[in-house]
Design a protein around this ligand. Structure first.
Ligand code: AMP
Length: 299
């Protein structure tokens, strides 16, 4: 089924196709039609399912239509738990919206506030933000949402896990009561359900199977090994396994540092990524990984 059959208009279909996608994923097939109808939607979907486009595309569709009166502020707001995710959503907005004349701005903490204030002054149609920094801007009067039409909570479960509920509630109190609400979450933990109930009246629920099976084409292997031999085993595996990019996850930030350093010492192009790095270090690490300058990311 092509994207156009979902009710998306030509510039947006062209935007997705330019990104290289010809067919909607299951979550996109389920979520896009009710969102286009203006309904509140709760979607249970994990990262990797195409869930970002599942809300970005219909939200773009809505914002591409001029509003009845000249809006006095952003018409769309996406809240996301982390800077990385906020940046990713903004990139999707720009990619899929390349044939539209919409302005977006992304707001997150850990960087100077000045450029964000400037960007807000340019009348963005859509704001993508992490909750803390958005509250900061709201408190300073840098942005008002009196004409907001659609709110998206992306990775709602993660936002609650990270303790953002009070911030989210304060943000909600600044939004007009009449709006479309979209909630995306990997799980429907109890807190998420309660938040959804407080936001929406009779939402449409969509979900795709969340079976704990590895993605197709992925094989998994488990190596029982004594603690002091783990790094040596990892190095050996990296040596004998053909690879382009490798993600190594550790339990702690210090563990990530330690493993990355040990790999570099052995001549591997590894870099660590964790919450104690500065924002610019984190962005550099991710960019280096994308560019294959550092083929091994230890996070
Ligand atoms: P997400 O679940 O939003 O993190 O997306 C996972 C990945 O799937 C991203 O790299 C998207 O660019 C990609 N993607 C989104 N929609 C489609 C689609 N219809 N077909 C193929 N890939 C897609």
């Amino acid at each position: 089924m092509p994207f156009a059959h979902l009710g998306l208009s030509e510039p947006i279909v062209n935007g997705v196709e330019r990104a290289g996608y010809t067919e909607p994923t299951p979550i996109q097939r389920q979520a896009i039609p009710p969102i286009l109808e203006g309904k509140d939607v709760i979607a249970t979907a994990q990262t990797g399912t195409g869930k970002t486009a599942a809300f970005v595309l219909p939200v773009l569709e809505r914002l591409a239509r001029p509003s009845d009166t000249k809006p006095r502020g952003p018409r769309g707001l996406v809240l996301a738990p982390t800077r990385e995710l906020a940046l990713q959503v903004e990139e999707s907005v720009r990619t899929y919206g390349r044939f539209l004349k919409l302005r977006s701005v992304v707001l997150y903490g850990g960087v100077a506030i000045g450029p964000q204030v400037q960007a807000l002054r340019a009348h963005p149609d859509i704001v993508i933000a992490t909750p803390g920094r958005l509250l900061d801007h709201l408190g300073r009067g840098n942005v008002r949402f009196c004409d907001l039409e659609v709110l998206v909570l992306d990775e709602a479960d993660r936002m609650l896990d990270m303790g953002f509920l009070p911030d989210i509630r304060r943000i909600l109190s600044e939004l007009p009561a009449r709006r479309q609400n979209l909630l995306f979450s990997a799980t429907m933990a109890r807190g998420v359900e309660a938040l959804a109930r407080s936001l929406m009246q009779s939402p449409v629920r969509v979900s795709i199977g969340v079976e704990a099976a590895p993605a197709e084409g992925v094989s998994q292997a488990l190596y029982p090994v004594a603690g002091h031999l783990k790094t040596a085993l990892l190095a050996k595996l990296l040596e004998i396994t053909p690879h382009k990019s490798v993600l190594v996850f550790t339990r702690t930030k210090r563990g990530a540092e330690r493993v990355a350093r040990a790999l570099v010492k052995r001549g591997f192009p590894a870099i660590a990524l964790h919450g104690d790095k500065t924002q610019s270090q984190r962005e550099r690490a991710l960019q280096g990984f994308r560019d294959r300058k550092h083929r091994i990311l230890v996070a």
